[in-house]
Design a protein around this ligand. Structure first.
Ligand code: PEP
Ligand code: MG
Length: 325
């Protein structure tokens, strides 16, 4: 199978109907970057910056961050890297930072909430990203944005740091893209002006699914209880697709489900044309997408919705069984 996927490496993830899906990879450390050319990914669709903070026992210095981000961009060799700002709290705890004891950390003081309430670390990180990307393109996304105003505040913080770097006489990124991770159902119903203000949206499916079904992603008793191909969830994802489409905003999906071929096919079928996943999943996902017709997948999902079924999975499995190699 490995060989079969290697042959596909330089081929596009183009479905039978002609639609091309952009397959990107998730990463978190510089050591992940060699997988970018090896996997044939178009870009790093999610770079989880907190990992660098978690693998050491003290707060990294700004200069460490600049050096690290610059090396990540060097290794990406012109392909885009979507840097996600710190997503700490919940399951990701830094031993050297004081944290309140929270009864429900996944819904607690985490991710962008920390960055907005105590902006010191976020500002340092943004400064490092701006410096590392001098003369190059910089793509930044903020995790767990729940409201339009949280995005505005984060965006303003970034613009202020750019202004500060300019005043200091430092060279700036040549291009800047700023987006939000959509990980709470609330953001799907933000005003139109939000969808117009962001350069892109990236669906954090792991958190979005946890909050949609109220099922803790860390809890073995419930974490597999609800199917990603549950029709309620797919219908909800279609709302996000439609809103991004209406605002002409780029949309991507970067949760673990994007790396499961059948799930990826359904996401592509409802109109999500950019999927970011672990590098090893790119071959299997590409192989299935190239054999499928997304118009048929879309019609199949619509039929399942009409019939009032709970999940589209059996129908998709039947469909996939009919595809020729
Ligand atoms: C997600 O929630 O889907 C996501 C990509 O972010 P993380 O898994 O790091 O929370
Ligand atoms: Mg998340």
């Amino acid at each position: 199978a490995q060989e079969r996927y290697a042959i596909l490496r330089d081929k596009p993830a183009q479905a039978r109907c002609g639609t091309e899906i952009s397959l990107k990879m998730n990463a978190g450390l510089l050591a992940d970057l060699p997988s970018l050319p090896n996997s044939g990914a178009d870009a790093v669709g999610l770079f989880r910056t907190e990992l660098q903070f978690l693998v050491q026992d003290r707060m990294p210095k700004r200069s460490d961050l600049v050096a690290n981000y610059a090396r990540v961009l060097d290794a990406a060799a012109g392909r885009k890297v979507y840097f996600r700002t710190l997503d700490i709290g919940s399951d990701k705890v830094m031993p050297y930072m004081n944290r309140p004891d929270e009864p429900n950390p996944a819904m607690g003081w985490r991710a962008l909430r920390v960055g907005l309430d105590k902006p010191g670390v976020l500002r340092m990180q943004l400064q490092a990203l701006i410096r590392a990307a001098k003369g190059r393109a910089l793509s930044v996304m903020f995790p767990l944005v729940a409201t339009a105003s949280e995005f505005t505040q984060a965006h303003d913080t970034l613009l202020r740091e750019i202004e500060r770097e300019r005043r200091l006489g430092h060279p700036l990124p040549e291009k800047l893209e700023v987006g939000a991770m959509l990980e709470t159902p609330s953001l799907a119903y933000a005003p139109d002006s939000f969808f117009e203000a962001v350069d892109f949206i990236s669906i954090g499916g792991n958190d979005l699914k946890q909050f949609f079904f109220a099922a803790d992603r860390e809890n073995e008793l419930v974490r597999r209880r609800y199917d990603t191909l549950n029709v309620s969830f797919l219908t909800f994802l279609q709302v996000i697709v439609d809103r991004c489409h209406a605002a002409e905003t780029d949309l991507s999906f970067c949760g673990e489900d994007a790396g499961r071929p059948i799930d990826a096919l359904a996401l592509a079928g409802i109109g999500i044309t950019s999927l970011s996943m672990r590098p090893a999943s790119i071959g299997p996902v590409k192989s299935l997408i190239r054999r499928a017709n997304l118009i048929e997948v879309s019609e199949l999902i619509a039929r399942v919705q009409c019939r009032g079924l709970e999940t589209a999975r059996p129908a998709l499995l039947d469909y996939v069984a009919t595809l020729v190699d």
